[in-house]
Structures are given as C-alpha cells and as structure tokens.
Ligand binder design. Sequence first.
Ligand code: MIC
Ligand code: MG
Length: 292
Amino acid sequence: MTPGKRFRNALAANNPLQIVGTINAYSAMMAEQIGHQAIYLSGGGVANASYGLPDLGMTSLNDVIVDVQRITSACQLPLMVDIDTGWGGAFNIAKTVRDMEKAGAAAVHMEDQVAQKRCGHRPNKEIVSTEEMVDRLKAAVDARTDPDFFIMARTDSFAQEGLEAAIERAKAYVSAGADGIFAEAIKTEAHYRAFAEALDVPILANITEFGQTELWNAEELGNWGAAMVLYPLSAFRAMNKAAENVYRHILKDGDQKAVVDTMQTRMELYDYLGYHDYETKLDQLFAEGKNK
Ligand SMILES: C[C@](O)(C(=O)O)[C@H](CC(=O)O)C(=O)O
Ligand SMILES: [Mg+2]
C-alpha cells in the first residue's frame, strides 16, 4: 500500500485525524508506538531544529527532503510534509512533489504566500493571486505519480482578506485539484464551520501553540467539521523547554541530579528503538561465528 493510500485510510478511519509533528526519526517512532495514526514534518521545525533558522522561507527542498527520508526510513506511519510555497515555479513544484513521493511522504501542504514567506501566525504575510496559486496547485497535482498522494492547499489569506475571500480562494484551489484545505490562522467555531460547509474536501485545523488559534479540543473541532487536526510543533516545543532546563541545571548545580526525573530513561529509549532485538541478533551472529 502506498504512503498516500495509508494516509487516506487513516483519514477515513479517524474523525478527526490527529496529525502530530515529529521533528526527527526517533520522535516519529515514539508517536507510532504510542498509537498515533499520522505524523507531520513542520517546515518551521526543519528550519529551527535542523538549521537553526527562523521560519522565513530560507530552507530548500533538499534541506527538507533529508529529514523526510530519515523519518520515513524509521517509521511506517503516513507522513505529511510542509512544503511551504513549493520552492519555485511550476517545474520546481513538480520536482518537489516527485521528490517528496520518492522520499516516502504521504501528503504535502503548499501555501499561497509569496516565496519570502512567514510563519502563518505572524503579522504582515503577503499572498500571491488566486491565479498564481491555482497554477502552483495544477503543477503539483499533474506531477504526482500516485493518485493517492495527498496534496493539500493551504491558504494564508484569512488574515488579510477575511473569511469570505479565503473561502472563495479555497474553492478555486479545490477546483484546481487540491485534495484538502488548510485554512491557516482562522480562529473561531464559526470560521471552521464556514469552511467545512462551503467545501466538500477534508479541512485541516492547525492547532499550534502561542499563535492565533485557541487550543480547541479535537472532538469539538471534529464537530465543527474539521477532518484533520494538526499539532505541528507541540512535542518540539516541549523537548526544547526540557533541554533548556537540563542545560541550565548542569551549569548551575554542577550535576544533573535535579533534572534526572525529567529524562527518558535508557531503558525507555532502548524499548522504542527495539534495541534488545538488535542485541540478541548480534549475540547470535557472534556465537555462530565462534562455532565455525
Ligand atoms: C504549521 C507551520 O507551517 C509549520 O511550519 O509547522 C507553522 C506552525 C507555527 O509556526 O506554529 C505555521 O502555522 O505557519
Ligand atoms: Mg510551515
């Protein structure tokens, strides 16, 4: 079964489908073993965590592909990838989609901001015309080889143009072939309901912390018509805070005793990695070698 098909199955089986951000391969393994059905690679996350950069369109296709490959090699869950604005014109976008498919991604979202993009929850975003975004989407849809590969259009237009215009754009994006709509930085129950009622494709709610959106519960978002709920950077933010605390204590206390309880143990780490299976296998191979 292709990754795209697995994503569509997860979407059909979960209402709404929770999609959790996994900043690296090991996080993806944890999410999988905890029981999540779909995972996400955040564009902001790649920029921040892998390159120490802000989420301002400074990372390239190849920068993101590296992290996609690491995650899809380690985890079977369908992965949605943030491809920002697709990284260029029609030919570049087509290449982005093909490369994402080859790297094992199941879904992507592409947005209607200008190439010099910003985080969707920050002020002063600029967007391209509806026509330009429609062209981007057509290039993406044409390029996929697996018809189940899921191509979602993200619109950042709500902040500048308001609800009605954003819905009009979303309709045009669906006509261009988008499989789903990511309405960025909408805020209220009425907004979610309006998008869900106007469109007959799955709608994604981006429940990112410290942004424009309240931390609505998945069940209520589902009742309002959201088919997917995204938590793009939640675990990453928590990991960062935990790491910050450890660095401070080591410097201040001269040891890590005060924070050891906040750490995942060696055994927990090994359990997620399947370490003991590897070790058993290695011991067997070693014993066989000796017997020769
Ligand atoms: C979803 C997002 O595009 C991302 O890159 O993870 C960000 C998330 C964030 O900055 O909180 C966005 O919403 O623009
Ligand atoms: Mg992003």
